[in-house]
Ligand binder design. Structure first.
Ligand code: ZN
Length: 258
């Protein structure tokens, strides 16, 4: 997957492959200017947009894989945001909290079942209630496993239903987090800053924000009370229809090689 980028110096259009880190080193093919592009976007947001694009293009299996990965990363996002939120409320240095979080994450990183367990207790601790949306039915676990592990080719209706589930759980988590989403955003900004400080003098930093389907930043309430999660079936279908042109613009095909 690639996103379009226009060189600020000479206005030449190019396409940049999405990088896992959100940091992209780019050299303009036309004027040779060098840039470090920082994409202010969380992994679950990017993966959900990948899924939406695949769905719009009619690739149901690819969409399902991306939505499933997005959900896993959304649970991680919740864990990281709440852990850093708690650390910010103490006198302990943030670097120590970050290091402890990274070390703890490593113990669950390779197994999604462990991550689910860690998430469940983090949710209970912060919200004071059980994560009742973590049932296999609500998570669409059976469907996901059939597609991911057994090569099942889903119908469009099945993919739509699965996307609704992932969308509902993720928006609910973001609403629960409210202003805590900013702690995960700051974590990303610190990673960008460390990269930026090491940039050679001739590389210009550029910060990008894509407007896609799920965006944590939209859920920060800036101190206002968090609204109760709404039960809104069909929310994803409406948002997809409304934002389809945006999603189309987020991704560009690479030119064919001759
Ligand atoms: Zn240029």
């Amino acid at each position: 997957m690639n996103f379009p980028f226009r060189c600020p110096a000479c206005d030449a259009a190019t396409t940049v492959p999405y990088a896992d880190t959100g940091m992209h080193d780019v050299r303009c093919a036309s004027c040779r200017a060098r840039y470090a592009l920082y994409l202010r976007q969380h992994k679950f947001e990017t993966l959900f947009d990948f899924g939406a694009r695949a769905l719009l293009d009619g690739y149901g299996r690819e969409a399902t894989l991306n939505f499933a990965s997005s959900l896993e990363r959304a649970l991680e996002f919740y864990l990281r945001a709440t852990t850093l939120e708690r650390a910010a409320g103490t006198d302990a240095p943030l670097e120590d909290a970050q290091a402890a979080l990274d070390a703890t994450w490593r113990t669950v990183a390779s197994q999604s079942e462990r991550q689910l367990g860690a998430f469940a207790f983090a949710y209970l601790t912060r919200e004071g209630r059980a994560p009742d949306f973590l049932t296999p039915g609500a998570l669409g676990t059976d469907f996901r496993n059939r597609v991911v592990h057994r090569g099942y080719i889903p119908t469009r209706a099945e993919v739509d239903a699965y996307a609704e589930k992932v969308y509902a759980i993720t928006t609910r988590l973001l609403r629960d987090l409210g202003d805590a989403v900013t702690h995960a955003q700051l974590e990303q900004e610190r990673a960008f800053e460390a990269h930026l400080l090491a940039l050679p003098d001739d590389v210009q930093p550029v910060f990008l924000e894509h407007s896609g389907i799920l965006r944590a930043a939209r859920h920060a309430t800036h101190g206002a009370p968090v609204a109760a999660p709404a039960n809104d079936p069909g929310a994803f279908a409406r948002v997809l229809q409304e934002r389809a042109p945006l999603i189309e613009r987020l991704f560009t095909k690479m030119p064919k090689r001759h």
